[in-house]
Design a protein around this ligand. Structure first.
Ligand code: B1M
Length: 235
């Protein structure tokens, strides 16, 4: 057993187990998180609920103590690793869809920024909603985004930034699209904790997405609009 018999996670009721997961995430206990995710799934929990109620909420608590100087980078890295291990189990379940692909998105975290948990979550949820996702990873310079859209010809370009110092880089990418005369060919969606709608408007993005669920809904709306205008153009 992952927790060496100290605590039988299976013996906890759902509420206590979720509480324990918040604690285990805080302590960066990867194996315990993996075990608890599997237990909740076995108990019939929807993968999305495990993700949001246990993992994302746990990470929110970590974020508060990181901000307040109670936790430091090494501890937060362990928490992030534990979170990723849980997400790894959920990923195929969230992405399960027999539907034809509804659109394609290239997404990446901008240059100077190595935060990727939120971006990974957006990718997972978009895949689950039937989008093909090309994930460029972290720390992407403008050249990498430009090469990727040329290679993959997506409908949507997604950018993530978690730092106030890196979010302005999104404008560098959008400006490059404008300069190349291809801005209108792509829907540009941006997200990340320090952003807001006003910022997205000010850099010329199409929309700001508060979270992964909003990203999915927004992407679907743009795809419906695009398909509508393509049909109108053919008529
Ligand atoms: Co960092 N960090 N961090 N960090 N970190 C923050 C962002 C911070 C707010 C913490 C704090 O002070 N409270 C703060 C930024 C302050 C600021 O800029 N104003 C901060 C700092 C300062 C730093 C360092 C500078 C610390 C240092 O070195 N002294 C450093 C910078 C490194 C760098 O990038 N160059 C750093 C490093 C790290 C770790 C490596 C330790 C680790 C990252 C591990 C990883 O990602 N692999 C880390 C973490 C984990 C955090 C916090 C605690 C958690 C972020 C997270 O994963 N949240 C974070 C605190 C916080 O945000 N409250 C913090 C969970 C995730 C599900 O939410 O990422 O917001 P989020 O994503 C959401 C939405 O924002 C949205 O949907 C997601 C899902 O719902 N979304 C999108 C995100 N991207 C989107 C893209 C889209 C659409 C929606 O495209 C379409």
């Amino acid at each position: 057993m992952a927790n060496d018999g100290e605590l039988d996670l299976n013996s906890l009721n759902d509420d206590d187990l979720v509480q324990q997961m918040h604690d285990d995430l805080y302590d960066g206990l990867k194996e315990e998180i993996e075990e608890s995710v599997r237990i909740l799934l076995k108990r019939g929990w929807a993968p999305y609920d495990v993700l949001t109620k246990a993992l994302v909420e746990g990470m929110r608590i970590v974020g508060i103590d990181f901000r307040d100087g109670i936790l430091f980078v090494p501890e937060v890295l362990l928490a992030a690793n534990a979170m990723k291990a849980g997400m790894f189990i959920l990923r195929p379940l969230l992405a399960e869809t027999g539907a034809p692909k509804v659109g394609k998105m290239v997404i990446g975290t901008v240059k100077g920024d190595i935060h990727d948990i939120g971006k990974n979550l957006v990718s997972m949820m978009m895949e689950g909603a039937g989008f093909e996702v090309v994930d460029l990873g972290i720390n992407n310079p403008v050249e990498k985004y430009m090469a990727a859209i040329e290679e993959h010809n997506p409908d949507i370009l997604g950018m993530s930034a978690l730092l106030t110092t890196t979010m302005p880089y999104m404008k560098v990418v959008i400006d490059a699209l404008v300069e190349k005369g291809v801005r209108q060919d792509y829907v540009v969606l941006v997200g990340g904790a320090p952003l807001n709608e006003a910022f997205a408007n000010s850099i010329g993005a199409d929309s700001y997405c508060r979270d992964a669920a909003v990203a999915v809904e927004t992407a679907k709306q743009y795809m419906a609009k695009r398909q509508g205008s393509a049909m109108a153009a053919r008529a």
